[in-house]
Design a protein around this ligand. Structure first.
Ligand code: FAD
Length: 484
Protein backbone atom coordinates (compact mmCIF):
# COMPACT_ATOMS: atom_id res chain seq x y z
CA UNK A 1 0.00 0.00 0.00
CA UNK A 2 1.28 3.46 -0.90
CA UNK A 3 2.38 5.65 1.97
CA UNK A 4 0.05 8.42 3.10
CA UNK A 5 1.59 11.75 3.98
CA UNK A 6 0.38 13.91 6.84
CA UNK A 7 1.37 17.04 4.93
CA UNK A 8 2.26 17.53 1.27
CA UNK A 9 3.68 20.92 0.35
CA UNK A 10 3.43 22.13 -3.24
CA UNK A 11 6.44 24.24 -4.23
CA UNK A 12 10.05 24.15 -3.00
CA UNK A 13 10.76 27.86 -3.17
CA UNK A 14 11.89 29.64 -0.03
CA UNK A 15 8.36 29.64 1.41
CA UNK A 16 7.59 25.94 0.77
CA UNK A 17 11.03 24.95 2.05
CA UNK A 18 10.61 27.07 5.20
CA UNK A 19 7.20 25.47 5.80
CA UNK A 20 8.71 22.00 5.35
CA UNK A 21 11.42 22.82 7.87
CA UNK A 22 8.96 24.22 10.42
CA UNK A 23 6.67 21.17 10.11
CA UNK A 24 9.69 18.89 10.58
CA UNK A 25 9.90 20.12 14.20
CA UNK A 26 6.93 17.77 14.80
CA UNK A 27 6.25 14.06 14.34
CA UNK A 28 4.64 14.11 10.90
CA UNK A 29 5.19 12.44 7.52
CA UNK A 30 6.00 15.38 5.25
CA UNK A 31 6.66 15.61 1.52
CA UNK A 32 7.40 18.45 -0.92
CA UNK A 33 6.38 18.34 -4.58
CA UNK A 34 8.34 20.61 -6.91
CA UNK A 35 7.87 20.88 -10.66
CA UNK A 36 11.50 21.90 -11.31
CA UNK A 37 14.69 19.85 -10.81
CA UNK A 38 15.85 21.90 -7.80
CA UNK A 39 14.80 24.53 -5.28
CA UNK A 40 14.96 28.28 -6.07
CA UNK A 41 14.48 28.02 -9.84
CA UNK A 42 11.63 30.51 -9.75
CA UNK A 43 11.08 33.70 -7.73
CA UNK A 44 13.19 32.59 -4.76
CA UNK A 45 16.28 32.57 -6.99
CA UNK A 46 15.31 35.71 -8.91
CA UNK A 47 15.25 38.64 -6.51
CA UNK A 48 17.37 41.36 -4.88
CA UNK A 49 18.42 39.24 -1.89
CA UNK A 50 17.49 42.02 0.55
CA UNK A 51 16.34 41.30 4.08
CA UNK A 52 13.75 44.06 4.21
CA UNK A 53 13.19 46.27 7.22
CA UNK A 54 9.39 46.36 6.82
CA UNK A 55 8.70 50.09 6.49
CA UNK A 56 6.76 50.17 3.22
CA UNK A 57 3.94 47.78 4.10
CA UNK A 58 0.54 48.84 5.43
CA UNK A 59 0.45 48.65 9.24
CA UNK A 60 -1.44 45.57 10.38
CA UNK A 61 -0.88 43.74 7.10
CA UNK A 62 0.63 40.26 7.01
CA UNK A 63 3.49 41.64 4.89
CA UNK A 64 4.33 44.20 7.58
CA UNK A 65 4.08 41.72 10.44
CA UNK A 66 6.10 38.97 8.78
CA UNK A 67 8.84 41.19 7.36
CA UNK A 68 9.51 42.91 10.70
CA UNK A 69 9.57 39.54 12.48
CA UNK A 70 11.71 37.90 9.76
CA UNK A 71 14.18 40.77 9.84
CA UNK A 72 14.58 40.72 13.61
CA UNK A 73 15.39 37.01 13.81
CA UNK A 74 17.70 36.69 10.83
CA UNK A 75 21.10 36.82 12.58
CA UNK A 76 20.14 33.63 14.42
CA UNK A 77 18.63 32.02 11.31
CA UNK A 78 21.72 32.79 9.20
CA UNK A 79 23.96 31.33 11.88
CA UNK A 80 21.87 28.17 12.32
CA UNK A 81 21.61 27.50 8.60
CA UNK A 82 25.03 28.83 7.54
CA UNK A 83 23.59 31.42 5.15
CA UNK A 84 25.85 34.26 3.97
CA UNK A 85 24.28 37.42 5.43
CA UNK A 86 25.31 40.99 6.23
CA UNK A 87 23.28 43.53 8.16
CA UNK A 88 24.43 46.40 5.97
CA UNK A 89 21.66 48.94 6.57
CA UNK A 90 19.98 50.66 3.64
CA UNK A 91 19.38 54.20 2.42
CA UNK A 92 16.22 55.32 0.64
CA UNK A 93 17.31 58.46 -1.14
CA UNK A 94 15.41 61.57 -2.19
CA UNK A 95 16.04 64.52 -4.46
CA UNK A 96 13.16 66.96 -3.97
CA UNK A 97 10.26 68.08 -1.73
CA UNK A 98 7.97 65.29 -2.97
CA UNK A 99 10.59 62.67 -2.10
CA UNK A 100 11.08 64.15 1.36
CA UNK A 101 7.33 63.90 2.01
CA UNK A 102 7.39 60.29 0.82
CA UNK A 103 10.31 59.44 3.14
CA UNK A 104 8.60 61.08 6.12
CA UNK A 105 5.46 59.09 5.32
CA UNK A 106 7.35 55.77 5.17
CA UNK A 107 9.34 56.60 8.31
CA UNK A 108 6.03 57.03 10.17
CA UNK A 109 4.66 53.78 8.66
CA UNK A 110 7.87 51.97 9.58
CA UNK A 111 7.70 53.22 13.15
CA UNK A 112 4.08 52.08 13.39
CA UNK A 113 5.20 48.65 12.12
CA UNK A 114 7.89 48.52 14.80
CA UNK A 115 10.94 49.00 12.54
CA UNK A 116 13.79 50.19 14.77
CA UNK A 117 16.24 53.03 14.17
CA UNK A 118 14.77 54.78 11.11
CA UNK A 119 16.16 58.28 10.65
CA UNK A 120 16.12 61.02 8.04
CA UNK A 121 19.69 61.97 7.22
CA UNK A 122 21.26 64.86 5.29
CA UNK A 123 23.59 64.64 2.30
CA UNK A 124 26.77 64.71 4.39
CA UNK A 125 25.68 61.71 6.46
CA UNK A 126 24.43 59.92 3.33
CA UNK A 127 27.83 60.37 1.69
CA UNK A 128 29.53 59.16 4.86
CA UNK A 129 27.41 55.99 4.87
CA UNK A 130 27.76 55.34 1.16
CA UNK A 131 29.91 57.72 -0.92
CA UNK A 132 28.66 56.24 -4.20
CA UNK A 133 24.96 56.85 -3.48
CA UNK A 134 22.99 59.46 -5.41
CA UNK A 135 20.47 61.67 -3.62
CA UNK A 136 20.33 64.91 -1.64
CA UNK A 137 19.06 63.31 1.58
CA UNK A 138 17.77 59.91 2.66
CA UNK A 139 15.97 57.74 5.14
CA UNK A 140 18.44 55.37 6.78
CA UNK A 141 17.25 51.94 7.86
CA UNK A 142 20.01 50.34 9.97
CA UNK A 143 18.33 46.92 10.25
CA UNK A 144 18.06 46.15 6.52
CA UNK A 145 20.47 43.47 5.31
CA UNK A 146 21.57 41.36 2.35
CA UNK A 147 21.67 37.57 2.06
CA UNK A 148 22.40 34.88 -0.49
CA UNK A 149 18.88 33.88 -1.63
CA UNK A 150 20.02 30.64 -3.35
CA UNK A 151 21.85 29.37 -0.29
CA UNK A 152 18.98 30.36 2.01
CA UNK A 153 16.50 28.31 -0.03
CA UNK A 154 18.93 25.38 -0.33
CA UNK A 155 19.68 25.54 3.42
CA UNK A 156 16.01 25.48 4.45
CA UNK A 157 15.35 22.51 2.16
CA UNK A 158 18.49 20.63 3.23
CA UNK A 159 17.68 21.14 6.89
CA UNK A 160 14.10 19.95 6.29
CA UNK A 161 15.43 16.92 4.44
CA UNK A 162 17.84 16.13 7.28
CA UNK A 163 14.89 16.27 9.65
CA UNK A 164 12.98 13.68 7.62
CA UNK A 165 11.13 15.57 4.86
CA UNK A 166 10.91 13.87 1.42
CA UNK A 167 11.54 16.08 -1.63
CA UNK A 168 10.18 15.08 -5.05
CA UNK A 169 11.59 17.17 -7.89
CA UNK A 170 10.32 17.13 -11.49
CA UNK A 171 6.82 16.54 -10.07
CA UNK A 172 4.45 19.18 -11.41
CA UNK A 173 1.06 19.02 -9.71
CA UNK A 174 -1.67 18.88 -12.35
CA UNK A 175 -4.75 17.84 -10.35
CA UNK A 176 -5.93 17.46 -6.77
CA UNK A 177 -8.87 15.26 -5.80
CA UNK A 178 -10.50 14.73 -2.42
CA UNK A 179 -11.13 11.07 -1.67
CA UNK A 180 -12.92 10.50 1.68
CA UNK A 181 -10.60 12.18 4.20
CA UNK A 182 -7.53 12.10 1.97
CA UNK A 183 -6.26 14.18 -0.91
CA UNK A 184 -4.94 12.52 -4.06
CA UNK A 185 -2.33 14.88 -5.49
CA UNK A 186 -1.63 14.03 -9.11
CA UNK A 187 1.67 15.10 -10.65
CA UNK A 188 3.02 14.52 -14.15
CA UNK A 189 4.95 11.58 -12.66
CA UNK A 190 2.93 9.97 -9.87
CA UNK A 191 -0.03 10.17 -7.50
CA UNK A 192 0.54 11.03 -3.82
CA UNK A 193 -1.89 10.62 -0.94
CA UNK A 194 -1.98 13.05 1.93
CA UNK A 195 -4.16 14.23 4.79
CA UNK A 196 -3.15 17.90 4.42
CA UNK A 197 -2.06 20.00 1.43
CA UNK A 198 -0.08 23.24 1.61
CA UNK A 199 -0.14 25.49 -1.44
CA UNK A 200 3.09 27.47 -1.71
CA UNK A 201 3.30 27.40 -5.50
CA UNK A 202 4.31 31.04 -6.01
CA UNK A 203 3.31 32.24 -9.46
CA UNK A 204 0.97 29.22 -9.75
CA UNK A 205 -0.64 29.72 -6.34
CA UNK A 206 -4.00 30.84 -7.84
CA UNK A 207 -4.05 27.76 -10.11
CA UNK A 208 -3.36 25.41 -7.20
CA UNK A 209 -6.02 27.26 -5.14
CA UNK A 210 -8.55 26.45 -7.86
CA UNK A 211 -7.46 22.78 -7.83
CA UNK A 212 -8.23 22.84 -4.09
CA UNK A 213 -11.67 24.35 -4.74
CA UNK A 214 -10.77 27.90 -3.71
CA UNK A 215 -11.63 30.11 -6.67
CA UNK A 216 -11.36 33.76 -7.55
CA UNK A 217 -7.73 34.66 -6.92
CA UNK A 218 -5.92 36.62 -9.60
CA UNK A 219 -2.13 36.69 -9.78
CA UNK A 220 -0.63 39.61 -11.70
CA UNK A 221 2.93 38.91 -12.82
CA UNK A 222 5.10 42.01 -12.36
CA UNK A 223 8.35 41.32 -14.11
CA UNK A 224 11.53 43.01 -12.96
CA UNK A 225 14.81 42.95 -14.85
CA UNK A 226 18.34 43.42 -13.50
CA UNK A 227 21.92 43.98 -14.56
CA UNK A 228 24.60 42.23 -12.51
CA UNK A 229 27.75 44.29 -12.12
CA UNK A 230 31.23 42.90 -11.62
CA UNK A 231 32.88 42.78 -8.20
CA UNK A 232 35.05 45.68 -9.37
CA UNK A 233 31.94 47.85 -8.95
CA UNK A 234 31.08 46.12 -5.67
CA UNK A 235 33.98 47.80 -3.89
CA UNK A 236 32.20 51.17 -4.23
CA UNK A 237 28.88 50.30 -2.57
CA UNK A 238 28.26 49.70 1.14
CA UNK A 239 24.51 49.10 1.31
CA UNK A 240 21.34 48.95 -0.82
CA UNK A 241 20.41 52.35 -2.25
CA UNK A 242 16.72 52.72 -3.13
CA UNK A 243 14.78 55.69 -4.50
CA UNK A 244 11.96 57.23 -2.44
CA UNK A 245 8.71 55.39 -3.29
CA UNK A 246 6.34 57.17 -5.69
CA UNK A 247 2.61 57.70 -5.04
CA UNK A 248 1.74 54.00 -5.63
CA UNK A 249 4.21 52.94 -2.94
CA UNK A 250 6.47 50.58 -4.92
CA UNK A 251 10.21 50.97 -5.20
CA UNK A 252 11.69 51.72 -8.61
CA UNK A 253 15.12 50.52 -9.80
CA UNK A 254 17.67 50.38 -7.01
CA UNK A 255 21.34 49.46 -6.53
CA UNK A 256 22.02 46.55 -4.21
CA UNK A 257 25.30 44.97 -3.21
CA UNK A 258 25.22 41.19 -3.03
CA UNK A 259 26.79 39.31 -0.11
CA UNK A 260 29.40 38.02 -2.54
CA UNK A 261 30.51 41.44 -3.69
CA UNK A 262 28.62 42.09 -6.93
CA UNK A 263 26.06 44.86 -7.49
CA UNK A 264 22.52 44.40 -8.80
CA UNK A 265 20.94 47.23 -10.76
CA UNK A 266 17.18 46.80 -10.94
CA UNK A 267 14.50 45.64 -10.88
CA UNK A 268 12.04 47.63 -12.95
CA UNK A 269 8.39 46.59 -12.87
CA UNK A 270 6.27 45.66 -15.90
CA UNK A 271 2.93 43.81 -15.82
CA UNK A 272 3.24 40.65 -17.96
CA UNK A 273 0.80 37.91 -19.03
CA UNK A 274 3.49 35.29 -19.50
CA UNK A 275 4.53 33.98 -16.08
CA UNK A 276 7.32 31.77 -17.40
CA UNK A 277 9.19 34.17 -19.67
CA UNK A 278 12.33 35.24 -17.79
CA UNK A 279 13.96 36.67 -20.91
CA UNK A 280 16.01 39.85 -20.50
CA UNK A 281 14.82 42.53 -22.92
CA UNK A 282 16.62 45.28 -24.79
CA UNK A 283 13.72 47.59 -23.96
CA UNK A 284 14.49 47.40 -20.23
CA UNK A 285 18.19 48.15 -20.47
CA UNK A 286 18.18 51.90 -21.14
CA UNK A 287 15.75 52.45 -18.26
CA UNK A 288 17.82 50.36 -15.86
CA UNK A 289 20.98 52.27 -16.75
CA UNK A 290 19.30 55.69 -16.45
CA UNK A 291 17.47 54.94 -13.18
CA UNK A 292 20.30 52.87 -11.69
CA UNK A 293 22.81 55.67 -12.34
CA UNK A 294 20.74 58.00 -10.13
CA UNK A 295 21.24 55.55 -7.24
CA UNK A 296 24.84 54.44 -7.83
CA UNK A 297 27.57 56.53 -9.44
CA UNK A 298 29.49 53.58 -10.95
CA UNK A 299 27.00 52.09 -13.42
CA UNK A 300 29.48 51.63 -16.29
CA UNK A 301 29.17 49.27 -19.28
CA UNK A 302 32.55 47.65 -18.53
CA UNK A 303 31.13 46.35 -15.26
CA UNK A 304 28.06 44.62 -16.79
CA UNK A 305 28.38 40.85 -16.63
CA UNK A 306 24.86 39.48 -16.99
CA UNK A 307 21.13 40.22 -17.00
CA UNK A 308 18.35 38.31 -15.29
CA UNK A 309 14.73 38.81 -14.34
CA UNK A 310 12.18 37.73 -11.77
CA UNK A 311 8.40 37.92 -11.72
CA UNK A 312 6.56 39.14 -8.62
CA UNK A 313 3.36 37.13 -8.01
CA UNK A 314 1.11 39.99 -6.89
CA UNK A 315 -2.42 39.23 -5.76
CA UNK A 316 -4.62 41.64 -7.64
CA UNK A 317 -7.99 43.13 -6.67
CA UNK A 318 -10.45 42.30 -9.48
CA UNK A 319 -12.26 45.65 -9.26
CA UNK A 320 -9.45 48.14 -8.72
CA UNK A 321 -6.44 46.29 -10.15
CA UNK A 322 -4.54 47.16 -6.95
CA UNK A 323 -2.02 44.78 -5.39
CA UNK A 324 -3.22 43.18 -2.16
CA UNK A 325 -1.62 41.68 0.95
CA UNK A 326 -0.23 38.14 1.25
CA UNK A 327 -2.91 35.47 1.80
CA UNK A 328 -2.31 32.70 4.35
CA UNK A 329 -5.55 30.90 5.08
CA UNK A 330 -7.42 27.77 6.08
CA UNK A 331 -10.81 27.68 4.34
CA UNK A 332 -13.93 25.59 5.01
CA UNK A 333 -14.48 24.77 1.32
CA UNK A 334 -11.07 23.07 1.23
CA UNK A 335 -10.68 21.19 4.53
CA UNK A 336 -7.17 20.36 5.72
CA UNK A 337 -5.44 22.79 3.39
CA UNK A 338 -3.20 25.76 4.06
CA UNK A 339 -3.32 28.20 1.20
CA UNK A 340 -0.68 30.85 0.48
CA UNK A 341 -1.37 33.25 -2.38
CA UNK A 342 0.37 36.36 -3.66
CA UNK A 343 3.63 35.91 -1.76
CA UNK A 344 5.50 38.66 -3.56
CA UNK A 345 8.12 40.89 -1.96
CA UNK A 346 9.08 40.67 0.91
CA UNK A 347 8.53 36.90 0.69
CA UNK A 348 12.21 36.08 1.17
CA UNK A 349 12.32 38.09 4.39
CA UNK A 350 8.95 36.69 5.51
CA UNK A 351 9.42 32.98 4.69
CA UNK A 352 10.01 31.68 8.22
CA UNK A 353 7.36 33.87 9.91
CA UNK A 354 4.85 32.68 7.26
CA UNK A 355 5.94 29.08 7.89
CA UNK A 356 5.44 29.39 11.65
CA UNK A 357 1.96 30.83 11.09
CA UNK A 358 1.12 27.95 8.72
CA UNK A 359 2.16 25.40 11.37
CA UNK A 360 0.12 27.27 13.99
CA UNK A 361 -2.98 27.05 11.76
CA UNK A 362 -2.44 23.30 11.50
CA UNK A 363 -2.03 23.01 15.29
CA UNK A 364 -5.37 24.77 15.82
CA UNK A 365 -7.00 21.83 14.03
CA UNK A 366 -4.81 18.96 15.23
CA UNK A 367 -2.44 18.51 18.15
CA UNK A 368 1.25 18.41 17.23
CA UNK A 369 3.83 16.18 18.89
CA UNK A 370 7.35 17.69 19.01
CA UNK A 371 10.05 15.81 17.14
CA UNK A 372 12.70 15.31 19.82
CA UNK A 373 15.28 14.59 17.11
CA UNK A 374 14.74 17.87 15.26
CA UNK A 375 18.15 19.43 14.57
CA UNK A 376 17.97 23.12 13.55
CA UNK A 377 21.49 23.47 12.20
CA UNK A 378 22.86 22.90 8.73
CA UNK A 379 26.42 23.33 7.52
CA UNK A 380 27.05 24.71 4.05
CA UNK A 381 29.90 23.97 1.66
CA UNK A 382 33.11 25.46 3.00
CA UNK A 383 34.20 28.36 0.77
CA UNK A 384 37.90 27.82 0.03
CA UNK A 385 38.40 31.37 -1.30
CA UNK A 386 37.40 32.89 2.07
CA UNK A 387 39.90 30.86 4.15
CA UNK A 388 43.25 32.08 5.51
CA UNK A 389 46.42 30.94 3.72
CA UNK A 390 47.19 28.61 6.60
CA UNK A 391 43.73 27.03 6.44
CA UNK A 392 43.99 26.67 2.65
CA UNK A 393 47.26 24.78 3.10
CA UNK A 394 45.69 22.45 5.68
CA UNK A 395 42.69 21.82 3.43
CA UNK A 396 44.88 20.94 0.43
CA UNK A 397 46.95 18.58 2.57
CA UNK A 398 43.77 16.81 3.68
CA UNK A 399 42.16 16.73 0.25
CA UNK A 400 44.20 17.56 -2.91
CA UNK A 401 40.96 18.48 -4.70
CA UNK A 402 41.14 21.78 -2.78
CA UNK A 403 44.31 22.43 -4.73
CA UNK A 404 42.54 22.41 -8.09
CA UNK A 405 40.67 25.60 -9.00
CA UNK A 406 37.71 24.87 -11.30
CA UNK A 407 36.08 28.32 -11.42
CA UNK A 408 38.90 30.83 -11.79
CA UNK A 409 36.71 33.93 -11.40
CA UNK A 410 35.18 32.91 -8.08
CA UNK A 411 38.11 30.65 -7.05
CA UNK A 412 35.89 27.60 -6.53
CA UNK A 413 37.83 24.37 -6.06
CA UNK A 414 37.17 20.86 -7.30
CA UNK A 415 36.52 19.75 -3.69
CA UNK A 416 33.65 22.26 -3.41
CA UNK A 417 32.17 21.19 -6.75
CA UNK A 418 32.34 17.51 -5.70
CA UNK A 419 30.62 18.34 -2.40
CA UNK A 420 27.89 20.22 -4.30
CA UNK A 421 27.40 17.31 -6.73
CA UNK A 422 26.69 15.06 -3.73
CA UNK A 423 24.20 17.48 -2.16
CA UNK A 424 21.68 15.93 0.20
CA UNK A 425 18.68 16.88 -1.99
CA UNK A 426 20.05 14.72 -4.80
CA UNK A 427 20.06 17.58 -7.32
CA UNK A 428 22.42 17.05 -10.25
CA UNK A 429 22.03 19.94 -12.68
CA UNK A 430 24.82 22.33 -13.65
CA UNK A 431 22.62 25.18 -12.39
CA UNK A 432 22.34 23.39 -9.04
CA UNK A 433 26.14 23.41 -8.75
CA UNK A 434 26.20 27.09 -9.70
CA UNK A 435 23.65 28.07 -7.04
CA UNK A 436 25.47 26.08 -4.34
CA UNK A 437 29.07 27.11 -5.06
CA UNK A 438 29.06 30.35 -7.16
CA UNK A 439 31.03 28.56 -9.88
CA UNK A 440 29.98 30.21 -13.20
CA UNK A 441 28.76 33.36 -11.43
CA UNK A 442 31.94 35.35 -12.06
CA UNK A 443 33.18 37.58 -14.82
CA UNK A 444 33.49 34.86 -17.49
CA UNK A 445 30.09 33.33 -16.61
CA UNK A 446 31.25 29.74 -16.99
CA UNK A 447 33.39 30.17 -20.11
CA UNK A 448 36.25 28.35 -18.37
CA UNK A 449 34.58 26.11 -15.78
CA UNK A 450 31.26 24.97 -17.27
CA UNK A 451 32.65 22.02 -19.22
CA UNK A 452 34.92 21.10 -16.30
CA UNK A 453 31.86 20.98 -14.04
CA UNK A 454 30.13 18.72 -16.58
CA UNK A 455 33.14 16.35 -16.40
CA UNK A 456 32.97 16.26 -12.59
CA UNK A 457 29.21 15.52 -12.63
CA UNK A 458 29.87 12.68 -15.12
CA UNK A 459 32.65 11.18 -13.04
CA UNK A 460 30.98 11.51 -9.66
CA UNK A 461 27.52 10.34 -10.73
CA UNK A 462 28.55 7.93 -13.45
CA UNK A 463 26.66 9.78 -16.18
CA UNK A 464 27.29 10.10 -19.90
CA UNK A 465 27.95 13.51 -21.47
CA UNK A 466 24.53 13.42 -23.12
CA UNK A 467 22.79 12.87 -19.78
CA UNK A 468 24.06 16.05 -18.11
CA UNK A 469 21.34 18.68 -17.77
CA UNK A 470 21.89 22.41 -17.51
CA UNK A 471 18.77 23.31 -15.57
CA UNK A 472 15.43 21.81 -16.57
CA UNK A 473 14.20 18.51 -17.84
CA UNK A 474 15.20 18.38 -21.51
CA UNK A 475 18.00 20.96 -21.12
CA UNK A 476 20.65 18.40 -22.16
CA UNK A 477 23.84 20.33 -22.85
CA UNK A 478 25.32 17.88 -25.38
CA UNK A 479 23.61 15.74 -27.97
CA UNK A 480 26.58 13.83 -29.39
CA UNK A 481 30.14 14.22 -30.66
CA UNK A 482 31.22 16.41 -33.58
CA UNK A 483 34.41 14.42 -34.25
CA UNK A 484 35.26 10.87 -33.26
C1 FAD B 1 12.30 41.07 -8.88
C2 FAD B 1 12.03 40.60 -7.48
C3 FAD B 1 12.75 41.12 -6.40
C4 FAD B 1 12.49 40.68 -5.10
N1 FAD B 1 13.28 41.13 -4.08
C5 FAD B 1 13.05 40.67 -2.82
C6 FAD B 1 13.89 41.07 -1.76
O1 FAD B 1 14.89 41.74 -1.97
N2 FAD B 1 13.57 40.66 -0.50
C7 FAD B 1 12.48 39.90 -0.24
O2 FAD B 1 12.21 39.63 0.93
N3 FAD B 1 11.69 39.46 -1.24
C8 FAD B 1 11.96 39.81 -2.52
N4 FAD B 1 11.19 39.35 -3.56
C9 FAD B 1 10.10 38.43 -3.26
C10 FAD B 1 10.58 37.02 -3.02
O3 FAD B 1 11.56 36.63 -3.95
C11 FAD B 1 9.37 36.07 -3.13
O4 FAD B 1 8.33 36.58 -2.34
C12 FAD B 1 9.70 34.68 -2.66
O5 FAD B 1 10.83 34.18 -3.31
C13 FAD B 1 8.50 33.79 -2.92
O6 FAD B 1 8.84 32.48 -2.55
P1 FAD B 1 7.84 31.30 -2.88
O7 FAD B 1 8.45 30.09 -2.31
O8 FAD B 1 6.48 31.69 -2.45
O9 FAD B 1 7.76 31.27 -4.47
P2 FAD B 1 8.73 30.53 -5.54
O10 FAD B 1 10.14 30.76 -5.27
O11 FAD B 1 8.21 30.94 -6.88
O12 FAD B 1 8.42 29.01 -5.29
C14 FAD B 1 7.24 28.41 -5.73
C15 FAD B 1 7.65 27.05 -6.25
O13 FAD B 1 6.48 26.34 -6.63
C16 FAD B 1 6.79 25.56 -7.75
N5 FAD B 1 5.55 25.23 -8.43
C17 FAD B 1 4.72 26.08 -9.09
N6 FAD B 1 3.69 25.39 -9.61
C18 FAD B 1 3.87 24.10 -9.26
C19 FAD B 1 3.14 22.92 -9.51
N7 FAD B 1 2.01 22.93 -10.24
N8 FAD B 1 3.60 21.75 -9.03
C20 FAD B 1 4.76 21.70 -8.30
N9 FAD B 1 5.49 22.80 -8.05
C21 FAD B 1 5.05 23.99 -8.51
C22 FAD B 1 7.70 26.46 -8.57
O14 FAD B 1 8.47 25.75 -9.51
C23 FAD B 1 8.51 27.13 -7.49
O15 FAD B 1 9.74 26.46 -7.25
C24 FAD B 1 11.45 39.74 -4.87
C25 FAD B 1 10.75 39.20 -5.95
C26 FAD B 1 11.06 39.61 -7.25
C27 FAD B 1 10.34 38.98 -8.40
Amino acid sequence: MKQVYDVLIIGAGVVGSAIAREFSRYILKIGVLEKELDVCYETSGRNSGVLHGGFTYKPGSLRAECSVEGNAEFDKVAEELDVPFKRTGKVVVGFDKKDRESLLKYKAIGEENGVPGLEIIDKARLQELDPSAGGEFAMYSPTTGILNPFIYNVALAENAKENGVDFYFDNEVIAIERDNDLYRVVTKKAVYQTRWVVNSAGLNSAKISSMLGINGYIIGGFKGEYFILDKKAGQFINMPVYPAPGPTGGFATHATPTVDGNVLIGPDSVLVDDLVDYGATVSAMAGLIADGSKMFKHVKPEYFIRNFSGIRPKRIDKETGKALDFVLEVRDEAPNTINLVGIESPGLTSALPLARRAVKMFSEKEPLVPNENFYPKRKGILCFAKQTDEMKKTLIEKDPNYGEIICRCEMVTKAEIIEAVHNSLGVCTVMGIKNRTRAMMGRCQGGYCETRIVEIIKQELNKTTEQVLYKKSGSNMFTGTVRK
